[in-house]
Design a protein around this ligand. Structure first.
Ligand SMILES: Cc1cc2nc3c(=O)[nH]c(=O)nc-3n(C[C@H](O)[C@H](O)[C@H](O)COP(=O)(O)OP(=O)(O)OC[C@H]3O[C@@H](n4cnc5c(N)ncnc54)[C@H](O)[C@@H]3O)c2cc1C
Length: 596
């Protein structure tokens, strides 16, 4: 039967729609085939890695024990009476070298703290919110007693053990060590007010990290901060304008009005601050909450946008008749807070040695695996000189800082160690903080371009390094403090000379340096701190530091390291950059023992 294909015929529409449908199916099928055919003939869009094999790139330094891999530190811990802490140190060293803990450091810096000045209703909130990684870092340090050990373990070696904890911790992440260090140091200043110290002690020394923003009474552990620096002056704290007004005629309660230009870690629970009373600069403990459970008038204005130390919230704060209680004698605030300052200076020196150690570890690891011009970098003679020179510097720094920590342990019992620790703290703070930025910068270059890239650990170390020089007395201020100690406390010069003379006769080069220093120190003791005398303070501080390090490496350093140190740093057979050790230096042996 024939149906004329006419629009008049109803079947036309049916068959026409069929045809359209069939055509569409055929077209889709054809397109599909074309697509398959073209995908077979066209080259695949390849992931970049498939264009080449990745060669000669070095994996991260991870999965190692920060303590056990550092022979110099481990030996110092044993030698200086802290062998009892080896288990805890090794446990922390293992954790800090793990990929997980290294990630915390990266995350805490990539996600810096956020300030909330007000709540949604416009009321003051004054809270800083941190990334969870920050809390992991804080919890780890508090649980390992980096903030408290010498107060809990009153036994020989406690300061040494704690310095080793600190030295390892900064190698993983330095920013969070700021509140940890201030809590440790603040406890020393609180001793000036025994009742107050008793009230706070259990919570300050608690191994529980409790970040909740609550009054101290409701918390399981608290942190201490410090507020000295104001807009018009940080070094010259006597210029502080913040005022303290006594509540009532007697008693130790005050209302504080003024500001602090740098107040790191404003989420600490209380701050040791300086303010002016009628008698002069006085030390106070200013908590975030008043004793009756109200928020104190402690207002965080803004967070600092810093070059490094980005995980740590450094802020500017205003005190608007904030409640505080007096610590130590009225009008003698500097003398009271100096106890805190001494401990934080010890930490600046320790942290600088830690940064140097980590920078060295990264550089040696990289050069052991990276090849250039047919050899591993670690086999290239000039790179060997650079790495060996960095090793000498780092090992001498570790030895010096451990000797300093040991003097903190011994200073209560023994006048010589008291005087030694007084002067050596300033010398070590100045010198190690000055050496570490240059050392870290050179170590960074050992990684070539990769060292300049954030994914390597180096930029974070590099940005952190100059901070320790500024904190707690910048370079010049510390050198002037050395002069002050020598002239006002002559026992410091005697203790220093006695220390240097423990190695008398062991090396002529060092003997000569010590003899010349003896003359210079005696003249410093005789002179008052006049202006012409001040201009030479850095030269004296440098030579004292090198002599002390010389004595340390002679007594406890590896033979080849001691020889290289004495030839280069003491006798001056050295250039102006790292990698200029003299030919006599046994660079291969120095390097072989640098990183276990
Ligand atoms: C990240 C960060 C966090 C900080 N956290 C805190 C904190 O929590 N609490 C706190 O109180 N402070 C804090 N500070 C402040 C720090 O302690 C001060 O910056 C430091 O003490 C120097 O004070 P200043 O900045 O006022 O410099 P200044 O005192 O103005 O000194 C400037 C320069 O002059 C030099 N100088 C000063 N006096 C003399 C002199 N007589 N002769 C020769 N040279 C001199 C100094 O060495 C320095 O190099 C922080 C600083 C930073 C960068």
């Amino acid at each position: 039967m024939y149906f004329k294909a006419s629009w008049r015929n109803p079947l036309y529409f049916k068959s026409a729609s069929n045809r359209v449908f069939q055509n569409a199916v055929q077209l889709t099928a054809r397109l599909q085939i074309i697509r398959i055919m073209t995908s077979l003939t066209r080259p695949a869009v390849a992931p970049v890695t498939e264009t080449h094999e990745v060669l000669n790139q070095v994996g991260p330094l991870t999965g190692y024990n920060v303590f056990l891999s550092d022979h110099v530190l481990a030996a110092a811990v044993r030698r200086e009476g802290a062998g009892w802490a080896e288990g805890a140190l090794s446990e922390l060293g293992h954790l800090l070298g793990s990929e997980e803990a290294q990630r915390w450091g990266v995350d805490a810096n990539e996600n810096p703290p956020v300030l909330h000045t007000h709540d949604s209703a416009g009321r003051r909130r004054d809270e800083v919110v941190f990334h969870p990684a920050w809390h992991n870092l804080m919890r780890t340090s508090i649980e390992h007693k980096v903030h408290s050990l010498p107060f809990l373990q009153k036994r020989p070696g406690a300061y040494v053990a704690r310095a080793a904890l600190m030295m390892m911790t900064v190698q993983n992440e330095a920013g969070h060590t700021c509140p940890v260090s201030m809590t440790f140091s603040g406890m020393a200043a609180l001793q000036a007010e025994p009742d107050l110290a008793r009230e706070w002690e259990a919570k300050v020394l608690s191994p529980v990290y409790d970040p909740r923003f609550l009054p101290m009474q409701q918390k399981n552990g608290v942190l201490l901060g410090m507020g000295m620096t104001e807009k018009q002056g940080g070094s010259d704290v006597r210029a502080n304008t913040t005022r303290a007004e006594r509540l009532g005629d007697h008693g130790k309660e005050f209302l504080i009005t003024g500001h602090k230009w740098f107040c790191s870690a404003p989420m600490c629970d209380a701050f040791l601050i300086l303010a002016q009373t009628a008698k002069g600069l006085t030390c106070f403990l200013l908590p975030r909450w008043t004793p009756d459970g109200a928020k104190n008038n402690f207002h965080i204005q803004r967070l600092k946008d810093k070059m490094g130390n980005r995980s740590n919230a450094s802020s500017e704060v205003e005190f608007d008749r904030a409640w505080a209680t007096q610590v130590g004698e009225d009008g003698r605030g500097v003398n009271t807070i100096i106890e805190m300052v001494n401990n934080t200076r010890l930490d600046c020196a320790t942290a600088s040695a830690g940064l140097m150690r980590q920078a060295l570890a990264q550089a040696v690891h990289y050069c052991r695996h990276r090849q250039a011009f047919g050899k591993r970098l670690v086999e290239q003679p000039l790179m060997q000189n650079v790495l060996a020179d960095l090793t000498v510097e780092s090992e001498a720094a570790t030895l010096l800082v451990m000797r300093l920590a040991a003097s903190f342990d011994a200073r209560q019992a023994d006048e010589r160690n008291r005087a030694f620790s007084r002067i050596a703290t300033a010398i070590c703070k100045f010198w190690l903080c000055k050496r570490s930025p240059v050392h870290v910068g050179e170590a960074l270059e050992c990684l070539g371009g990769n060292g300049y890239v954030e994914e390597s650990a180096m930029p974070r170390l590099y940005r952190e390094a100059p901070l320790y020089g500024i904190w707690e007395g910048s370079g010049n201020v510390i050198c002037l403090d050395i002069l002050r100690a020598l002239s006002k406390d002559p026992a410091t010069a005697e203790a220093l000379l006695e220390e240097l003379k423990t190695v008398s006769g062991a090396d002529l080069r060092l003997d000569r340096l010590v003899a010349s220093l003896e003359t210079d120190m005696h003249s410093a003791v005789r002179k008052t701190v006049d202006h012409s005398h001040q201009a030479g303070a850095r030269r004296l501080a440098e030579r004292l530091a090198i002599a002390l390090q010389g004595a340390c490496v002679l007594r406890h350093g590896r033979k080849e390291v001691a020889e290289a140190f004495l030839a280069s740093r003491v006798a001056g057979d050295h250039g102006h950059t790292f990698g200029t050790l003299p030919e006599s230096a046994d660079v291969e042996r120095i390097l072989a023992g640098s990183i276990a």
